[in-house]
Write a protein that binds this ligand. Sequence first.
Ligand code: UFG
Length: 334
Amino acid sequence: MILVTGGAGYIGSHTVVELLNEGKDVIVIDNFSNSKKQTLDSIKKITNKDFKFYEIDYLDREKLEKVFKENQIDSVINFAGFKAVGESVIKPLDYYINNISGALTLLDVMKKYNVKKFVFSSSATVYGEPEKIPITEDCKIGGTTNPYGTTKLYIEQILKDLYKSDNTWDIVILRYFNPVGSHESGLIGEEPNGIPNNLMPYIVRVASRQLKELSIFGNDYDTKDGTGVRDYIHVVDLAKGHIKALQKLEKDQGLFIYNLGTGNGYSVLDMVKTFEKVTGKKVPYKIAPRREGDIATCYSDPTKAKKELNWEATKTLEDMCKDAWNYIEKNGKK
Ligand code: UFG
């Protein structure tokens, strides 16, 4: 059985769908701190399959142990964690406690129950100001600019230390680039609380007239049109990367690190234009000052994941825009 923490969240829910589609036995835990119960029903509707669910906080060791006692767990995918960059600057302790103590509690319970296969959601943010573009996994890491990013960096270090102390652990660290879009059914998707910080959810709300206009944070970067360049990846492609990571752990032993990105860099203006073309909706924007902590360009070299995991992103920027918009249309937020 595969335990998925944070399985009702954005990336977690899309991954649970792919796991169920692959015929895997899944147990989800979530405390709904940034997700909804309804997502669990949507997953069942999409897949026509059922799974076990516990409403618990992964920091609650006693309840977490109960899950391990009651089930024969073989591997764990950890999606539980806070993820808002700006909020992490305001509430650093919340982020360090939830993300790091949560991961530590989970790993310690796994150790106790002798479950040693672990897939961790890391982020391209660990590369800080990237050493080179496209970014390969052996680029130096560090220099994170906010507590959220630092929790990812520290947890990576904890996992490396753990593996060094006991190489019977099998660990995959996945460094996500910029996940966007939604499942094509429109039943699950991204729902940030409050005003979104990230580009795609913001664009979607401008297009649906919930927000007036997009602020483009800087048009004087050293990029083709002056706006920031990122490696946007469709969340379903990303979810499939986790299936491949589990397959890797079933056949090979070790600690492995992979970039999950498309290898393409698109600017903010590319994104706005593509969104407008695909959806026929207008996205009014203005140029605003640069956002603190942003870098000009960040995109992956995904070769290692292709070679070792046999994984490759297949969806285009058009697919990402279409599916992000479809979710909003289907959910009556137009
Ligand atoms: N942007 C705008 N206006 C907005 C929002 C974003 O112009 O309202 C721009 C940003 O300046 C940047 C690009 O759009 O150039 C993408 O910004 P996002 O906030 O969507 O994404 P980031 O690349 O800043 O951060 C994302 C995730 C982090 C993760 C990081 C890894 O949000 O969790 O990628 O590289 F750490």
